[in-house]
Design a protein around this ligand. Structure first.
Ligand SMILES: Cc1cc2nc3c(=O)[nH]c(=O)nc-3n(C[C@H](O)[C@H](O)[C@H](O)COP(=O)(O)OP(=O)(O)OC[C@H]3O[C@@H](n4cnc5c(N)ncnc54)[C@H](O)[C@@H]3O)c2cc1C
Length: 491
């Protein structure tokens, strides 16, 4: 029988992603002893495979690009986009602190912020990318945590939070390599286990109307909602679980043995999408979770075919570690997918492609003809849905491809409810002593910081920031430091 391995520390953190490592850094800075437990062999969770973009307000990069931004403008965009379910207190808190307490804070550890990208819903550009995307960010933060004396125990899945007289006092887990039981005793527990979008049962429980349709898992492999379960088992409250952020420019991962995962496909601006009736239904340049996702979910069935000709596929990028290492695209693997996936069809003629994807050829060819005609006339926008044509060209170079696009659950905008100190709340909205949570496990921060839609960069950014907040206050509860003390963006 396997032995039991025991650990004792002041602060024990579950999950080594953006929130967990940020919490660890903050707690170490306050003087606490900290151990992070990670179920995977690789560290970093979804944060390390992410695009790395963070919503930063009033940054030097914005200023260099001549962009005037301020927290009021960002807050208005945020609430308009996220709708009435936005947690305005957490949104305001994050926005007011994003410059010093995320951008400059990360720079202290060697993170370089390199560029920005426009994102739907933002009146100015704020999505700010670190060098080497999320991998670059997490490499520097993880090193900083270790340099400050933080310990990381990988291959260890935590299963249950221990309580004594209603207070969290540690947890139990198992070493996935040896089968050895693990018991951790601590003064405060921080849950940073990420979202639940790699657990399709939980996604469909939150969104029962999608049962029976092809809906894929699309977060990091570790985002299975285990923290949600552990926290509710000790009385924690979940909120806004239905706010699942779907991406629909995503094709099933044919290499996944379980056939559950989706792959997000980027950088094919020239493409069009047709539904199973062979008709376009949307301005494909608006591909975000608040525009394209509702449009595709309204189709019958809710999937589409992305139509591409040979030059258009040149920049196709797939946001998954098999196809992308940091910001470096592994082109041969992208070509391998195009050649081998049963969810990608190709043909030498568009008529043949229509047959391959089983849509009505006359309807499909009519769509292509109208689109090509708009391109050839040099129109700024195609007339039907208003898609800007600046980055488009006629479909004229075989082979032609059709990628099946299906809704993929990417990010969770609901989760564990916490207060502004990241203390986990029970159903009476009272804190559970010794128990903190942050990051995507909490819908990115607090429970529902984004509301039902995110401006982008509003997942990783708030996850890291709320991790810091949790680490500061958890350390304070153990007798170290003054709690999280940040520096607002403006006086
Ligand atoms: C491909 C991709 C691209 C993205 N790009 C962006 C972007 O550009 N901008 C943006 O804002 N957001 C982006 N996101 C979302 C963002 O990455 C996440 O919201 C963020 O990483 C959440 O951080 P976290 O620390 O809460 O969770 P994670 O980073 O997912 O970390 C959670 C960790 O906990 C571990 N864990 C889970 N359960 C247990 C357990 N029981 N025991 C031990 N360990 C456990 C997991 O293995 C994982 O390592 C992207 C997501 C994906 C998947």
């Amino acid at each position: 029988m396997a032995d039991k391995k025991t650990y004792e520390t002041e602060i024990a953190i579950i999950g080594s992603g953006g929130a967990g490592i940020a919490a660890g850094i903050e707690a170490c800075d306050a003087g606490a002893s900290v151990i992070v437990f990670e179920k995977a062999a690789d560290l970093g969770g979804a944060a390390a495979i992410s695009g790395g973009g963070c919503c930063i307000v009033g940054s030097p990069i914005q200023k260099a690009a001549g962009i005037e931004d301020n927290p009021d403008l960002a807050f208005n965009d945020w609430v308009k986009w996220g709708g009435p379910s936005t947690d305005v207190v957490w949104a305001r808190y994050y926005i007011e602190h994003s410059l010093h307490d995320l951008y400059h804070w990360a720079e202290n550890f060697g993170v370089k912020w390199v560029d920005m990208k426009p994102q739907e819903g933002n009146s100015v550009m704020r999505w700010t990318r670190p060098e080497r995307n999320g991998l670059g960010l997490m490499t520097h933060l993880t090193q900083a945590f270790r340099d400050k004396g933080g310990e990381i125990v990988a291959n260890t899945e935590i299963k249950e939070i221990k309580t004594s007289n209603g207070r969290a006092v540690g947890f139990l887990g198992v070493n996935s390599e040896t089968g050895e039981e693990v018991e951790v005793s601590c003064k405060t527990v921080i849950v940073t286990t990420g979202g639940f979008n790699s657990n399709i049962d939980m996604v469909l429980e939150a969104r029962p109307e999608l049962k029976g349709h092809k809906v894929m898992e699309g977060s990091g492999h570790g985002s299975t909602g285990s923290g949600h379960k552990m926290v509710t088992d000790v009385g924690g409250y979940l909120t806004h679980m239905e706010n699942v952020w779907f991406y629909v420019y995503s094709t099933p991962d044919y290499r996944d043995p379980d056939q559950k995962r989706g792959l997000v496909c980027r950088h094919i601006p020239g493409y069009i999408w047709v539904n199973q009736q062979g008709k376009r239904f949307h301005n494909e340049s608006l591909s975000g979770g608040n525009s394209a996702s509702p449009a595709m979910l309204a189709q019958d069935p809710p999937h589409a075919w992305a139509i591409v000709d040979t030059p258009m596929k040149a920049n196709l990028e797939i946001a998954d570690p098999y196809y992308r290492n940091g910001d470096e695209i592994i082109r041969e693997n992208v070509e391998e997918l195009l050649a081998n996936s049963p969810f990608v069809k190709s043909a030498e003629t568009l008529e043949q492609l229509a047959k391959e994807i089983e849509v009505d050829p006359a309807t499909f060819l009519g769509e292509i003809e109208r689109y090509n005609d708009a391109c050839e006339k040099g129109l700024d926008n195609e007339p039907e849905f208003g898609k800007p044509l600046g980055m488009s060209k006629p479909f004229d170079t075989p082979p032609y491809y059709a990628l099946q696009f299906v809704p993929t659950a990417r990010k969770n905008f609901g989760g564990i409810k916490t207060d502004i100190k990241c203390r986990v709340l029970n159903k009476h909205f009272e804190p559970i002593e010794g128990l903190y949570a942050a990051g995507e496990a909490c819908g990115m921060a607090g429970g529902h910081i984004n509301g039902s839609a995110g401006l982008e960069g509003t997942m990783l950014g708030p996850s890291v920031f709320s991790g810091r907040v949790a680490g500061g206050w958890a350390a304070n509860e153990t007798g170290h430091g003054e709690g999280f003390v940040g520096k607002p963006n403006r006086p």
